[in-house]
Design a protein around this ligand. Structure first.
Ligand SMILES: Nc1ncnc2c1ncn2[C@@H]1O[C@H](COP(=O)(O)OP(=O)(O)OP(=O)(O)O)[C@@H](O)[C@H]1O
Length: 862
């Protein structure tokens, strides 16, 4: 342990300290006595307890390791630690004594200022310079102690932080690694999407036989250049080839499969995948695809990966796998999982399914549940494969072997279903017939092999040149692979080459072919939906098409209806014009009738005037009797009409000029030339013509139907009644008359409305002082008529107020003049109603008659 000078021998000459020890802040009393040492206990220097800071560690845990001469840290033993603690206590004691015997005021003030500072703060006071030499040492010791404790404290905090953050850091690190891998995978997929056919080149090592024969390698593969190889058949000749990846003789099966993994994984995402090995015989196609039990190839590893992924995704997606193994041998398809595949009845053919995919009906689709089951199936298929011995390969494949893995998936959350295929194809080797020295059956096989490989070359060439027609059907092989060689799948081709100089010609051919394949630009791969899903979608599409057709039909009929409607509108407009014209004619006709009536009234008046002077003897009794008020006060008809006022001018002349035509008509008063007066005629039929007009209109299509009108009729009746019965007091009645003297009504001396109540009696209404027949002023009536817009309103007017006026007039006439059956001459001669007895008798019956007539006429009008 290293002791700083002065700590062990505090200055004895410190009068201030001896006389009055400086007030020590709590917990820091001993600071001045602490040596500036690494072994100093920080607990002794701790200031007031700070709840926010970590508890002070024990001296053993916080003290830094002592160092040896070489600067290396040495671990103290437990005995050494005990000794150190004792030494620290001793030093502290000494320090206390030193402070107690302090030398001066400067040190005391310095310590006070230091004590005021926070625990984690260390700012040396400028007063340090003022402290005298022995006290300065003590001050420095105190500072050193504070500094040491702070260092220890921070070290502890850092250690704690590191401890806390370590797991988080590790997690982030792992995540980062996974994300990097994912990013690489996505990048790979992006590349695939840009060009969905990938070509890997694999060069096998020289076989022992080739080495023994002294063959040299014509392939130069640089391990640092993963995508390039050089074909060097001679010193002068050197050709560079580029592929997506190049595997040299040193690359093992694992490395090959690692690069194939992204394509294999795509089948799990619902893409069709095709991996095939192409090359000369004996170059390692079967080795790459099938491998050997101790060094398995792509087929087994791919299925292994599928199972691994299925387990990994089991929480979200349910996968099922099926395997079919078949071969195309001499342009015939054989099911290698069927033990009776040799039978002629087991011949298989290619059919196109509803969704456009190529299917082989009758092909065994074996479900597989474990990876062991996969290996069993692959072995069974390989056992049934046609192999034979050639001069090039002892176990040469004489057929194209195809393993089809069907992956069905159902997403457990979204319910999305898919079905995709992965074809793993080991092609038969291309070979030169002369070189393989085959004959007989082998020769025939070789011809078929070469023919199908040539067809594959044609398909590849057509795809590369983007021909509209791709000759898939030229061979069974290309026909089977149609959906996996087209644009909506991912294709991986292994071009297998031999490095031997003896095979340089075939190697060059294979390399050129592979380069052409690599030049093919596929469109983006498409996810394969489940056929069941496809069927559903198809049905929905058909339904949609059908509905669209219906829609078109409906649209057409709507257009027709619109056309019909337009033509009906035209007809309606024409009919309305006609109605307007007819109305106008009718109005003119009515006007004419009124003129004639006026003339008739004038004629009658003139006739009466002429008759009276000729019978003076009758004048006296007539004067004694009450005058026939209604007769004398009866206004001209024009006043109770709601028609336009007649044109001024001599009506007699017009009547005279139009006499013949008018006389032919019914209800036109005819002048009795012999008597010199007009005969009384009924006006009722003429009035009945007016309500007929709306009936004509009701034949127009847009007016309500007969049933509707019938349903409305009671309302109209009610309205008609209301127009008479509920008329406000301020409104002038459409028709009223003065009561006949002597009747009960006359006693009230008030005008009486012509409308009877429900019992057929006249209803009494206060109508003001008018005592004459009155109708609304002509001008206002005319205006109201012009304001009437609809035929219904006009109908209401005509059948309501107009008819009522006429009806009232008729009643008034009957009441005033007696029964129409009674001859008019009796009145004029003075022997009729001018006789008081007779008149009284008449008055008794007249009112009843009036009631009857009124009811009758009202019914006829309504
Ligand atoms: N990469 C390699 N590493 C070691 N040996 C290999 C490799 N490739 C092929 N071989 C060996 O070469 C021999 C021929 O391989 P393989 O039968 O797979 O060729 P092939 O192309 O399938 O022939 P064929 O077309 O006639 O069927 C085998 O003995 C195989 O073990």
């Amino acid at each position: 342990m290293e002791a700083y000078p002065g700590t062990s021998s505090p200055s004895p000459q410190s009068p201030t300290a001896a006389a009055s020890p400086p007030p020590q802040p709590q917990g820091e009393v001993e600071c001045g006595a602490v040596e500036f040492s690494d072994h100093l206990s920080p607990s002794r220097h701790a200031g007031p307890a700070d709840s926010n800071t970590a508890p002070p560690p024990s001296p053993a845990s916080v003290a830094p390791m002592p160092q040896n001469l070489e600067g290396e840290e040495t671990v103290p033993t437990s005995e050494e630690v005990v000794d150190e603690e004792a030494a620290v206590e001793e030093l502290a004691k000494e320090g206390d004594e030193a402070v107690a015997g302090g030398e001066g005021e400067a040190l005391r003030i310095f310590l006070e200022e230091l004590g005021d500072q926070a625990d984690d703060c260390l700012i040396p006071s400028p007063r340090l310079k003022e402290i005298a030499s022995p006290d300065r040492l003590a001050a420095l010791q105190v500072l050193g102690g504070r500094y040491n404790s702070l260092v220890e404290k921070f070290k502890l905090q850092v250690a704690k932080c590191v401890e806390e953050c370590a797991p988080r850091f590790d997690g982030l690190k792992k995540k980062y690694t996974v994300e990097c891998a994912e990013r690489r995978r996505l990048y790979n997929e992006l590349i695939e999407l840009r060009g969905n056919i990938r070509v890997f080149c694999r060069c096998r090592p020289l076989s022992a036989d080739e080495v023994s024969r002294g063959c040299s390698s014509v392939i130069d593969v640089d391990p640092s250049q993963e995508t390039e190889l050089q074909y060097v058949p001679s010193e002068k000749e050197r050709k560079n080839f580029k592929f997506d990846h190049v595997f040299g003789p040193a690359d093992d099966q694992e490395a090959v499969f690692a690069e194939s993994l992204p394509v294999v994984r795509s089948v799990m995402d619902g893409f069709n995948v095709c991996i095939f090995a192409y090359g000369q015989t004996g170059t390692g196609k079967t080795f790459t695809m099938e491998g050997v039990p101790e060094n398995r190839g792509v087929n087994y590893r791919a299925l292994e990966e599928l199972f691994r992924m299925s387990n990994e995704r089991s929480s979200s997606v349910a996968y099922t796998f099926y395997v079919s193994i078949l071969e195309v041998y001499n342009e015939k398809i054989r099911d290698l999982l069927d033990d009776n595949c040799e039978q002629a009845s087991k011949r298989l053919d290619i059919k196109q399914s509803a969704d456009g995919a190529q299917e082989v009906p009758g092909l065994v689709e074996a479900p597989i549940y474990t990876i062991d089951g996969v290996w069993d199936k692959l072995k069974a298929g390989a056992k049934n494969r046609s192999v034979g011995s050639t001069s090039v390969n002892e176990l040469s494949s004489r057929s194209h072997s195809l393993v089809r893995v069907t992956v069905r998936s159902e997403h457990l959350v979204t319910g999305e279903m898919s079905r995709s295929h992965m074809w793993l194809v080991d092609l038969a080797g291309s070979e030169r017939l002369a070189k393989t020295e085959v004959e007989g059956e082998r020769l025939k096989e070789s011809k078929f092999i070469n023919k199908s490989l040539s067809a594959l070359g044609d398909v590849i060439a057509a795809l590369a040149s983007k021909n509209s027609h791709i000759p898939y059907r030229n061979s069974k092989l290309t026909h089977l692979l149609q959906s996996s060689l087209g644009g909506d799948c991912k294709t991986l081709m292994f071009v297998q080459i031999s490095p031997s100089s003896t095979d340089s010609g075939e190697t060059l051919c294979s390399l050129n072919f592979a380069s052409r394949v690599r030049a093919i630009e596929h469109g983006p791969a498409r996810k394969q939906a489940d056929p069941a899903e496809n069927f559903k979608l198809k049905q929905m599409t058909e339904k949609l098409c059908h509905e669209e057709k219906e829609n078109v039909k409906l649209n057409e009929s709507l257009q027709l209806m619109q056309l019909k409607y337009a033509s009906r509108e035209n007809v309606f407009r024409t009919l309305q014009d006609k109605i307007r014209e007819t109305e106008q004619a009718c109005r003119t006709h009515q006007q004419r009738v009124r003129e004639l009536e006026n003339e008739l009234a004038n004629e009658k008046k003139a006739a009466r005037d002429t008759v009276r002077p000729t019978k003076p003897s009758l004048a006296a009794p007539v004067r004694q009797r009450p005058p026939l008020a209604p007769m004398r006060q009866r206004p001209p008809l024009v006043r109770i009409s709601n028609q336009a006022p007649p044109p001024s001018g001599p009506s007699r002349q017009r009547l005279g000029s139009k006499g013949p035509s008018v006389q032919n008509k019914e209800n036109i008063p005819v002048l009795d030339k012999a008597a010199g007066k007009a005969r009384r005629v009924s006006l009722v039929p003429m009035m009945r013509q007016i309500p007929l007009q709306p009936k004509r209109r009701s034949s127009i299509a847009i007016l309500p139907s007969e049933r509707e009108r019938m349903s409305v009729l009671p309302e109209k009746r009610a309205m008609s009644r209301l127009s008479h019965m509920q008329m406000p007091k301020t409104t002038r009645p459409l028709a009223n008359f003065n009561p006949i003297p002597g009747t009960p009504v006359a006693a009230s001396k008030a005008p009486v409305d012509a409308t009877p109540d429900v019992r057929g009696r006249f209803k009494r209404i206060e109508l003001g002082s008018s005592s004459k027949f009155s109708s609304p002023p002509m001008q206002s009536m005319w205006k109201s008529r012009n304001n009437v817009s609809s035929p219904q309103q006009r109908l209401r007017l005509q059948s309501g107020s107009g008819n009522a006026s006429k009806l009232c007039f008729s009643i008034h006439k009957k009441v005033g003049l007696g029964s129409p059956a009674r001859p008019r001459n009796s009145l004029m001669s003075g022997t009729g109603i001018f006789d008081p007895a007779l008149r009284e008798q008449m008055m008794a019956g007249k009112f009843g008659n009036a009631q009857r007539v009124f009811s009758k006429r009202r019914m006829s009008v309504l």
